[in-house]
Ligand binder design. Sequence first.
Ligand SMILES: [Zn+2]
Ligand SMILES: [Zn+2]
Length: 292
Amino acid sequence: MRIDLHTHSRASDGTQTPAELIRAAHAAGLDVVAITDHDTTEGWAEAAKAAEEVGIALVRGIEISTKLDGLSVHLLAYLPDPTYTPLLEGLQKVLDGRNARLPAILAKLRELGFDLDVEDVRRVAGETAAIGRPHVADALIAKGFLRDRDQAFSELLSAGRPAYVQRYAAPLNEMLRIVAEAGGVSVVAHPWGRHDPGPMGEEGLARLQEIGLSGVEVDHQDHDSQARDELRGIASNLGLVATGSSDHHGAGKSGHDLGCNTTDPDEYARLLELAAAAAARSERRTPEVLVP
Ligand SMILES: [Zn+2]
Ligand SMILES: [Zn+2]
């Protein structure tokens, strides 16, 4: 059984529609795929329809932008009730923050000599609920300023680069609580991908586990083999579920093909057990895994 628990569609910054993403997951030989767009559940319905059509199990999730001690932490929330008001409000705040950030990024880019306006970005972003830096990158590429998203991030858009602008992210502790109240389970995405372990070392993860964290994404392209081994050891010590996934963005991010990393079926089964327990505790109407 091949399981990929972290993918993006055009509902955030992937390049495929949710239906295209699901068909591609099926074509890639996956048995289970999770759709985890940034800060939105907008792709869920279309993905569910496509999953039923092609016959692939679908886990509905969200990758939520959070902050811990000033560091950006991506939190994968699986199977929460998407109508739970505190969750909706939390996601909306993140989306609003991102939309407010766009004009600020464009102003910085103009100062740097890259003449780009909001319409240029909207044109490449399409229907997404979450216009973000990847779309700014796409617009820079479309205008012939840059080669690809990697160049756009490394030279301009990443933290510390000249066109970077801070934005709102939900406090991690608060979001862990909200996801649990919504009947979902939380897994930290690529915890060692963007920075040294820092607050995501064994002690930090143990503290987060106490307030509701269920798992860590171990097998991810941002982790080298040594990081994966260490992180797997920590997960096993703490009893956290260890997941693996592609973080696929369609053509938007190279080296993240569907199924390039997968989650062990036993770990997946544990995650579903924890999700079922969280759903029961919350008394919310949570989405089931769609099984063909
Ligand atoms: Zn992420
Ligand atoms: Zn992601």
